[in-house]
Ligand binder design. Structure first.
Ligand code: DAH
Length: 343
């Protein structure tokens, strides 16, 4: 049984404190309210709870005194609030624990990286390993060893970004225009049998449009061994297309020309698009062919004993086909609204 009656002088003392406690800051105000009026341990609250236990003859006076203290405290609080503003959790820096959580933004791989990895996965299943080479090349690897004649238009200043312009035939240092020079580097460094794919960036000084950019990615393939045939090349590329685009993929081989392959072909994939009169169109994805014996000889491989096939595909083209992207440039703008769609 608590002492029901607070002596009069104690009430006076309390009144003095209520009157004089500092109320300068929001923190003061908070502490003040808790000290006197909090429901659990406020000093005035405690006294209010005692009122019913007070002897009936004193109860009225005691109740009036305590309620007077309460009004005094409330007045000071109101006055302080008007002066320093109400205590607001956000302004006081305290976190609002009732707010819903914020979901962290998840990054994702760029669609070109996704396509590259997917192509690598498929060819790894066919027993290919990955090779890489430099992006800055010399004339020998990029052109001469690949059987480009000296006056070939691809060697033109117009098409190539030079680091060191040519000072005569067969010279010049520049950004590689394709991944085929890595074929030369691989063959220079490894005896057959060879079975590699070569991903990488390539550069062309071309007019930029919906289907070509000055920078793009290729996936080169090279197989050199005894008895390698064009039939095997067609089998491998068809199996790749089925893995990549599904069993209903439509693909065609078109005869073509490259200095480093003989015979040469290009492969198109049917791009379904209901908006077009024919319900779609052919999109070229790669060039390929049997490695020209002159290329094997240039790197010292016996072309009587070994044959080879090669291909070079555009990784952007694969990404565009997979996702129905109609303009290559969106792959290079890095607009988050575009990229978020590939998470
Ligand atoms: N290097 C060629 C280009 O950039 C693509 C190519 C065609 C690569 C035929 C090959 C090939 O390996 O055999 O257009």
């Amino acid at each position: 049984m608590p002492d029901p009656i607070a002596p009069k002088d104690q009430l006076d003392l309390l009144a003095q404190e209520i009157q004089s406690d500092p109320l300068e800051t929001a923190a003061d105000l908070d502490a003040y309210r808790i000290r006197y009026l909090s429901r659990k341990q406020g000093r005035i609250t405690e006294l209010l709870k005692q009122i019913p236990a007070v002897d009936p003859s004193d109860r009225k006076a005691f109740g009036a005194a305590v309620n007077g203290l309460k009004s005094l405290a409330e007045e000071r609080i109101a006055e302080a609030e008007a002066r320093i503003g109400p205590v607001d959790d956000a302004a006081s820096g305290a976190p609002d624990l009732t707010l819903p959580g914020r979901r962290p933004v998840r990054g994702s791989l760029h669609p070109i990286t996704q396509a590259r990895r997917e192509i690598e996965r498929v060819f790894a299943g066919f027993g290919f390993t990955i090779a890489e080479g430099p992006e800055i090349e010399d004339d020998w690897h990029n052109f001469t060893a690949l059987n480009f004649p000296p006056d070939h238009p691809a060697r033109d200043m117009q098409d190539t970004f030079f680091v060191e312009p040519p000072s005569g035939p067969g010279t010049g240092i520049f950004l590689r225009t394709h991944t085929s020079p890595v074929q030369i580097r691989v063959m220079e460094g490894t005896p057959p049998p060879i079975r590699v794919i070569i991903p990488g960036r390539v550069y062309r000084n071309e007019a930029i449009s919906y289907k070509s950019f000055c920078l793009f990615h290729q996936m080169e393939g090279l197989v050199v061994a005894e008895g390698v045939s064009m039939a095997e090349l067609k089998q491998v590329l068809h199996a790749f297309a089925v893995e990549m685009f599904g069993t209903d993929v439509r693909m065609r081989f078109r005869p073509s020309f490259f200095p480093f392959t003989e015979p040469s072909a290009e492969v198109d994939i049917w791009w379904k698009d209901e908006r077009l009169p024919d319900g779609g169109r052919w999109l070229e994805i790669l060039g390929c062919g049997m490695v020209d014996p002159a290329v094997l000889e240039a790197v010292g491989i016996d072309s009587e004993r070994y044959t080879g096939y090669a291909f070079g595909m555009g990784i952007e083209r694969i990404a565009m086909l997979r996702h129905g992207i109609t303009d290559i440039r969106v792959l290079y703008e890095n607009d988050a609204r575009f990229l978020e769609q590939f998470a």
